[in-house]
Every structure is written in structure tokens, then in C-alpha cells.
Design a protein around this ligand. Sequence first.
Ligand SMILES: C[S@@+](CC[C@H](N)C(=O)[O-])C[C@H]1O[C@@H](n2cnc3c(N)ncnc32)[C@H](O)[C@@H]1O
Length: 516
Amino acid sequence: MPKHHQKLPSAGAEREALRVKGQFWTPDWVAEAMVAYALSGGSKKIFDPAVGAGVFFKAAKTISAHRGINLKLVGREIDPLALEQAKENGLCEEDLSNISIADFVLEPPEDTLEAIVCNPPYIRHHRLSNELKAKLKKLCIDITGTTLDGRAGFHIYFLLRALQLLAKDGRLAFIMPADTCEGIFSSTLWKWITKTYKLDAVITFSPEASPFPGVDTNAVIFLIRNDKPTDNFLWARCLQAYTDELKAWIISDFQLPGESLLVHQRNLSEGLSTGFSRPPVETESDDPTLGEFARVMRGIATGANEFFFLTKNQAEEIGIPSKYLLPAIGRTRDVSGDVIDKKAVKALDAAGKPTLLFSLDNIPLNQLPKSLREYLKQGEELGLHKRSLISTRRPWYKMEVRPVPPFLFAYLGRRNARFIRNDAGVMPLTGFLCVYARNNSPQFINQLWTILRHPQTVSNLSLVGKSYGGGAIKVEPRSLERLRLPLELVLKSGIQYNKGTQTQLGVPTTSQLSLL
Ligand SMILES: C[S@@+](CC[C@H](N)C(=O)[O-])C[C@H]1O[C@@H](n2cnc3c(N)ncnc32)[C@H](O)[C@@H]1O
């Protein structure tokens, strides 16, 4: 158990004293996940508006040490005693040297901020003085152009102030009590937030996974970006505490939910009317979802296709041994039908199209042949190792790994979105999604294919995807798992189907992927 956890008060009176100051510390497993999101835009500075015992600074140090980057820790705290506790928790004077002892809401920093992470003081409205309430009301009008119901607590104004200071493309992670999306004021608040910012994800916790066990607060994390709003957001329910899965999901750019996370892609207007702390309201249907038969994840992101995705000639000229090359497909326009086989890959080769992924693991440079060392040096000279995605890899040339999927899904292209049967055993890049059947037997794969290629299934895509001009649909991995497969097709295919009891064979889990 983290040290700060042991300091959680147990006696009522002690807890009451903390309530006045709003001092509850975030556990490490949650803090690291939140910091990972805030830093995912590449910021080299993290700002915590309510440092307290320094949990987020500690998490930021862990993450920056792991990534080998220098991170500046900046923050605010109103109570100097809390910072003493931060020192007891292992932070040094230098770590705390950029903290101002000041009120974040009433005396905010002057600069905009790229990465903000916060567990604000949960101070309910009846503990706020009338004078402070009047100031907060004015602040709210300045920021949102409107007022909120007087029952909004201090934490709500922390969020508003942080949003106001969030730089363009900046990211903010806030852990808040559920009243933030259930209170009488919440509808006005969230309409404004989601009309002004992009809500990337909302994370909720089952009672067993509560970040604050023993405290009567239902916590919700909001991950918000200062970018154009979109119609959908991800909603996750964390079912288990003290695991790395929440952090891993965020680091994978929300692609790899582990076993202990339930993830839904939700429509914003549904989320606003249902409430973000609650699971989605599904329309009743007897049709099973694709997720009952398969798991979906995005294709490989190389970070520099011009360097890692090569033609046969290029690979030969560079002198890449075949053990470091994987047959790959990168562009949806390179697959004309709904099957890709070896013949089609040969035709692409003959036409001089790239078909090979240069895929190294973390093998040290000195174990590689001279030709490859030189090629990697050229990559460094081009500054590839500094690109945002590539710079998160150790070493920078280490490629993502996936098992070969039996089906691909072309999720956005000039031709309509479609499933593709992968008879060539190619590795898809990010132009495609990987669809892994939950059972790898040839019979199951064939039966599933009859369902996936059927026009009725394809027409259901519009219910889970985002539509663009010209009939193109973009479908994210999680929403593709929610694609309804018409029950009559499922029954006709002969595929083994007992509602809710599908087997999980053949599907890589997060931990298996990290071992690959
Ligand atoms: C819920 S604690 C969170 C601390 C820490 N970030 C964490 O998650 O463990 C909130 C902190 O905000 C501080 N605080 C309260 N009012 C504040 C204000 N107006 N400006 C800055 N900090 C404030 C409290 O002293 C407390 O340490």
C-alpha cells in the first residue's frame, strides 16, 4: 500500500478536519494513469494545481524516469504543511522548488498550461463563505458566460479555472467526485465543457476498485483535451484496483483495455443525458455484437512509414535480413477486394508498392549487421527518434508487435468501410483495424467470415461509426466491437453461439502482447 494511503484518516473527527481542507491523496496506480494522459501530447512540463502530499509529482517522476525524459514539475498548494508531507513521501527540495503557495482558483498562474493533472479539494458548497461564493460566481461568468447553480462545490471551479488555462492541444486529467456529473448544476457545466473542449475519456470505478476506499465519494476521472469537440467519447469502468492496466490502456492511446477495464465508445448526447458517471443506456436488441466473437485493435503505428514500411527493392538495397521483415499492408487503397492473399501481395511488389515492415525488437545496436546500423543512423540524422510517437519507444527503433489477425477492417477509405479476410498473413498498419476471432479454428473463422462480409452486417456499421462525406465511415476499435451482427445471419452461419458465454480462445490479452 502506498505510504500516503496509510495516512488516510479513519476516525470521523480527523476526516472532518480533512474535509474542510479537501485533503484526500490519490493512490499511485490512479495518479500514474492520469499523469500518462496529461503528458501524452508530448509536454515536458506538468502542472498540479493542488499538490498536497505530491502524489502526482511522484507519479510524474516515475514516468519520466521510465521514458528517459527531463520533466519540469510545477504546481500550486495553499497549505505549506501538505508540502512537508510531500517531503516525507520522498520528494526533495528541488522537486518542490516550482510550487507557489497560493490559491489556484483566485490567484491563477499567468501562463497557459499544456499538461494539467489534479485531484482538487472536494469542498462542498455549504462550507464556502458567501464572499467566496460571490467571487466564484463572477469567475464562472468570465469563463463560461453563464452561472452555475449555487450548489456547485469548490472543485467545480478548480476544473473551470484549469480548463481556462489549458493551452491549445493541451491535456487535462482531473479526478472528481461523481457529483460533478450528477449535481443539479452538471447539465449546464457539461454542455459548456463538451461544446468547448474534446472530452477524450471518462473513467469510473466499481466499488471494489475505488481509489478512495472507505471514503464516501464515488470518484470519476475526466480526460479532456483543448481541441475541437467530437460526437463520441470513451467511457471506462475500472473493475480492479492496484493494477497497471488503466495506465497501459491510456499509454496505448486507448487501444488495449486489459481484462479489468470495461470500455464503451459512447455518443456525447447519450452521455450528457444519461450522465457520465453512469453506464450507457443501450437500445434493446437480440442481435449479438462483434465483441462476443472477436476482439479489435488498431493496426501497427510505425511513427514513420517512409522509414519502416518498405518496398522489396528498398529492403534489399538497405540489406535488411529477412528475419527483421514482416509482410505488411499499409494503405486501404492497396486492397481492392475483400480478401488479401499472397497473389495480391506479389502484385503490389511487382508494382513497386511497399509490402514489408522493418520490425526490430529491443536488440542492441552492436548486435545488428553494419548495413542496419548505418540505416538506423540515417534515421537518427533525419530526427526520427525525436518524433512524438517514436520518442516514447526504447530503443526508438523498437516496433510495436501484434499477432497476425485473421481479418482486417478498412475503417476509412475512398471505398466504403469493409472487413477483409487476411489470407496473406500480412501485418496491418494504422490504415486498418485488426480483428482477432475469439476462437482460431478454421471452421469458426470461416463461419465468422460469412457473417462479416454480409451486406446486412456492413450496413450496421453506420450505427457504430462516425460518418464522413461520400459515404465513408470511421469506426474506432471499441465501437467496432459493438457492431451488431444480425441474429438470423449468426444462426444461419452455424457458428457456435450461446448468448453471453462466448469463449475467449485465440485473443491476445494486454499482458500477452507485452510479452511478444
Ligand atoms: C484532494 S487534495 C489532493 C492532493 C494531491 N494532488 C493528491 O491527489 O493526492 C487537494 C489539495 O488542494 C489543496 N488546496 C485546497 N484549496 C486550494 C486552493 N485554493 N489552491 C491550491 N490548493 C488548494 C489542499 O491543501 C490539498 O492539499
